[in-house]
Design a binder for this molecule. Sequence first.
Ligand SMILES: NC(=O)c1ccc[n+]([C@@H]2O[C@H](COP(=O)([O-])OP(=O)(O)OC[C@H]3O[C@@H](n4cnc5c(N)ncnc54)[C@H](OP(=O)(O)O)[C@@H]3O)[C@@H](O)[C@H]2O)c1
Length: 234
Amino acid sequence: MRHGGRTALVTGGARGIGLEIGRQLADRGLRVLIGARKAEAAEEACRAIGPAALPLALDVTSRRSVTAAVREAEELTGGIDVLVNNAGVSLDGELRPPCLDEDILRATLDTNLTGAWRVTEAVVPGMVEAGYGRIVNVTSSYGSLALMDSGRHPAYRISKTALNALTRMLAAELAGTGVLINAADPGWTRSGMGGPSAPRAPEEGADTPVWLATLPEGDGTTGGLFADRRPLPW
Ligand SMILES: NC(=O)c1ccc[n+]([C@@H]2O[C@H](COP(=O)([O-])OP(=O)(O)OC[C@H]3O[C@@H](n4cnc5c(N)ncnc54)[C@H](OP(=O)(O)O)[C@@H]3O)[C@@H](O)[C@H]2O)c1
């Protein structure tokens, strides 16, 4: 199915789940901007995906980089219709609450929460003007308050809980604009972050984000948290 010549931006799209999300979106007929910190990595990913993919220099921790990337994207493609906030880091060591590593907490939030927020802020005005947008925040079941059963990976968990909260706030703010925003948990997936023993292939991890990124016209799904295309408790 073609998606009307729409353009998607996938942050952290040069490897792991992000690369597979880009590949699946291209397969569905979207033009895909592969956002990555390293130009060569983005170019290699685009060669692997095919002609629908274009590289875009993007470090989500830098406001300057985000502004320049979104401007370049608009010049290249006319505008971003779909944003997948996939870029993420998992930096925690063995410390658990009440112990606190402030540097790790700050760095994790800067990418996983504020990074997604920066890019979203930059693309939403164009989406609202167009009356169409799909935003997917790639989160984790580790961020679910309902499933918060240990203090392992505290900075990562809190960053995803906060990303979930941002998803809810944005959905409320953007209600009625044509912009749908949801959070997707890919599940434990083989990647740099998930490691080689994870049970899921990137194809499975990418499925729910891609489904939410391509919700059809008239679909009202927004402000939700999903895994395997089903609601996950907050
Ligand atoms: N794998 C899992 O089991 C799992 C489970 C639940 C949720 N997730 C989530 O899924 C998403 C993708 O993770 P993954 O498993 O594919 O991890 P990954 O293989 O480690 O890939 C992470 C991606 O994020 C990018 N990135 C990190 N910091 C960035 C920054 N400042 N600016 C731009 N890009 C940045 C990386 O780019 P570089 O190449 O430049 O480092 C890389 O492309 C993450 O949000 C993660 O939290 C993963």
